[in-house]
Write a protein that binds this ligand. Structure first.
Ligand code: DOR
Ligand code: ZN
Length: 367
């Protein structure tokens, strides 16, 4: 059984003049955290992002990971070759930080203009993170170089210590890793990726202009009850894991407030349905095809449709010191439309995120 609106009563949306709610034109959005994978999966999922988004920060957790500037250049070419049209989409590349990363290679990658950030995975934190960082002293020279050149560090903010409960991993990371790391490296620009807790919201709000955060589509819409009550839903399993309702509400409040250092990073992370519906299912929610419909729903419910453009299209470029897109998209409201339950790849289907509630908005002018 899929809950219609979840177990929690939702407040009525603030009244907005009817005409304004029917159609909304905003600058074309970007996705500041996206997994595209490679090969057959890349070919299948990339058009879903290109349909609505101009640019995306591309996660480097391939097997093997995208570690050097040369790796990133080669991966970028594979993405451009798989794109459905020339010039429609700009992949913003990242490097996977390892204990062997060379600061000079990072600086050269940044200088190319094609690599926009370095990704920190604590070793063992999530999918394909085995090459991540164990000893933070070993990456100090890279972090210092990044602070010097103004290159952002995208952080998967969870400790991996087995003793720490999975629901506490983000809060413990902030206190024991992130805050000391930022204090030790003044000027380092950090994106707290896919934040999931009120603790992360508070830390972000306390931070200076060098600190930003992304929020995913699914963390704005589901809590841990949606994943676990009435049956276990493997397609809601992701990392960081979804938390209590009060944390979801804190995320919605932040995103819909227009807070400038918070922006959309879908963390759309496709896995084959068979890899998720398994006794040890993979973490990841594939949300790219429905993200804009979902966000419009969330922002409308919060009476904040006027803040959707900041979250999806303006705040991200501002943090990354890039211009906002000139092009626009138009969202239209109508009868709830069925979302495609899955997309096909050469190796089998990938299930699309279903928030368990009707979606009234769709992108009218998708590519
Ligand atoms: O749910 C997740 N899936 N979280 C991550 O951090 C990685 C991602 C993936 O690559 O599948
Ligand atoms: Zn991710």
């Amino acid at each position: 059984m899929t809950p219609k609106t979840g177990p929690f009563p939702r407040p009525p949306a603030r009244a907005i003049p009817r005409l304004m709610t029917q159609r909304l034109t905003i600058r074309r959005p970007d996705d500041w955290h996206l997994h595209l994978r490679d090969g057959a999966m890349l070919k299948a999922v990339l058009p879903q992002t290109v349909a609505h988004f101009s640019r995306a920060i591309i996660m480097p957790n391939l097997v093997p990971p995208v570690v050097t500037m040369a790796d990133a250049m080669a991966y970028r070419e594979r993405i451009l070759a798989a794109a459905p049209g020339v010039g429609l989409f700009e992949p913003l590349m990242t490097l996977y930080l390892t204990e062997d990363t060379d600061p000079e290679d990072v600086a050269a990658a940044h200088g190319s203009g094609l690599v926009k950030a370095v990704k920190l995975y604590p070793a063992g934190a999530t999918t394909n993170s085995a090459s991540g960082v164990r000893d933070f002293d070993k990456v100090r020279p890279v972090l210092e170089k990044m602070a010097e050149i103004g290159m952002p560090l995208c952080v998967h903010g969870e400790v991996t210590t087995p003793e720490v409960d999975i629901f506490d991993r983000e809060a413990v990371f902030i206190d024991t890793v992130l805050d000391p790391l930022r204090r030790a490296t003044p000027g380092l620009r950090v994106v707290m990726e896919h934040i999931t807790t009120a603790d992360a919201v508070a830390y972000l709000q306390d931070g200076n202009d060098d600190l930003g955060a992304t929020i995913t589509t699914h963390h704005l819409m589901i809590n841990r009850n949606h994943m676990l009550v009435g049956g276990i839903r493997p397609h809601y399993y992701c990392l960081p894991i979804v938390k209590r309702e009060k944390h979801r509400e804190a995320l919605v409040d932040l995103a819909t407030s227009g807070f400038s250092r918070c922006f959309l990073g879908t963390d759309s992370a496709p896995h084959l349905a068979t890899d998720k519906q398994s006794p040890c299912g993979c973490a990841g929610v594939f949300s790219a095809p429905v993200t804009m419909s979902c966000l419009a729903e969330v922002f409308e419910e919060a009476g904040a449709l006027d803040k959707l453009e900041s979250f999806a299209s303006l705040n991200g470029p501002a943090f990354y010191r890039l211009p906002a897109n000139e092009a626009t998209i138009t969202l239209a409201k109508g009868e709830p439309a069925g979302v495609p339950p899955q997309i096909e790849t050469e190796n089998g289907p990938v299930v699309v995120f279903d928030p368990g509630r009707p979606l009234h908005w769709h992108v009218e002018d998708e590519l």
